[in-house]
Design a binder for this molecule. Sequence first.
Ligand code: BES
Ligand code: MN
Ligand code: ZN
Length: 461
Amino acid sequence: MFPIRLTDRLDDGLTRVVPIGSSGPLSHVDGALGDEIAALGDRPDPLIVLRRPLSRPAKVLLADVRPGWRAAGAAIVRQAGDEPLQILVDEDVRDLAEGLWLGGYRYRDAREEPRTAPIDLVTTRPEVYARSLAQAQIAARATWLARDLTNTPSNLKIPDWFAEEISGASARRPGVEVRVHAGPGIERFGGLRAVGGGSKWRPCMVEMTWRPPGATTHVVLVGKGITFDSGGLSVKTREGMKRMKNDMAGAAAVAAATLAAADLGLRVRITALMPLAENAMSGSAFRPGDVITQYDGSTTETTNSDAEGRLVLADALGYAVEGLDPDVIVDLATLTGSQKVALGPEISALFTENDELAGALRAAGERAGEKMWRMPLPAEYRDLLRSDVADRHSSPTGGPGAVVAALFLRDFLGPYANRWAHVDMAAPAWSDTEEPATRRGATGWGTRTLLRYLSALDGGQ
Ligand code: BES
Ligand code: MN
Ligand code: ZN
């Protein structure tokens, strides 16, 4: 990550970004520059970039701050190339710095050179904003990690590779521990074994824990970790399969958020569960019509092998319910195409019966710049899941896909149903277009929402 620094010194040789229309920063501006800004006339709250030495008229790049400082920061860094910058600010720098780093993201194996030039945030009170900058850096670094993991091609990103990446990252953080359950260790994870059974690469479940002293709340995070989703024997279409390396974006987000929570030293106990498997097609793949036994002992008739995510999540949820006694369970999953139909490319679907939890997650998402819309879990639709040969079947035809998938998961929560939220992030996990704060490709969606949610549990923002 390129450096962002706080300073109270202006360097006249550098390109300078001056926010106008908000109070404060103009006090930094000397006479000549002030005239240049005045000459731009009446613009409500854009950021303007003036190149030094000043030419007349000043060369100007604009970034609108009305959608927020995060978007403005992202827009600026995208226009700046690898040029060093100074940005005059006199308010909280957290969103701005987040935007600069998010907009400046490069996939670690990208052909494009990464930005290296530093950005100075020029303020009269650098010490006041040091903590905000540090928080922004941790959140942005976590998002970069989630994006990198998700952008990694599936021929490299096999379950054991993901487990090793996560173990490596954890080893650098005291207090974070990782257990990899595999082979006989996932005997009871019938859904995970079925889904992973068609692949050359063995499935596993990564369990990451952060147990700080003094924590009173235990949050279990569960992330869908399908390293590639071909659909299995119920094979996807060519078009439908194209982006399916992103089907582990939920696992990437929960891993990244947990590591970042440790970096922030949050006094919240976290257990992150990441069931990892490749949904492949082969002679050992599970079949439509197979009946599998899930972690909790109940059975599922697998009507469509492309409804694989719920099978692996069900086992992880069962594991959490049986042994972890969580106060809250949140799962993140690229679960259904139906989510995109319902809410479009940028808004995730939030399912929970707990109003307080819904409010807290929505608020966290709002602060993180990630949107969710609450969806129902109608009990009367549970009938859709009825099977003649098992406790349920995995994918009824008809019925609202994202809702039915959520109801399927709800079956595994038992007495914890009211402490659970499910987030279907199928569409927002990936962007087909270049947006200010999200480049084309993996977005890292959910990482910062989780982090803000966890921070709030520890009394922060
Ligand atoms: N991984 C897909 C969902 C998905 C679709 C994620 C598009 C990202 C973009 C999931 O495993 C899937 O295939 N879901 C099926 C479920 C159906 C078979 C019940 C779907 O939504 O079509
Ligand atoms: Mn699928
Ligand atoms: Zn999938």
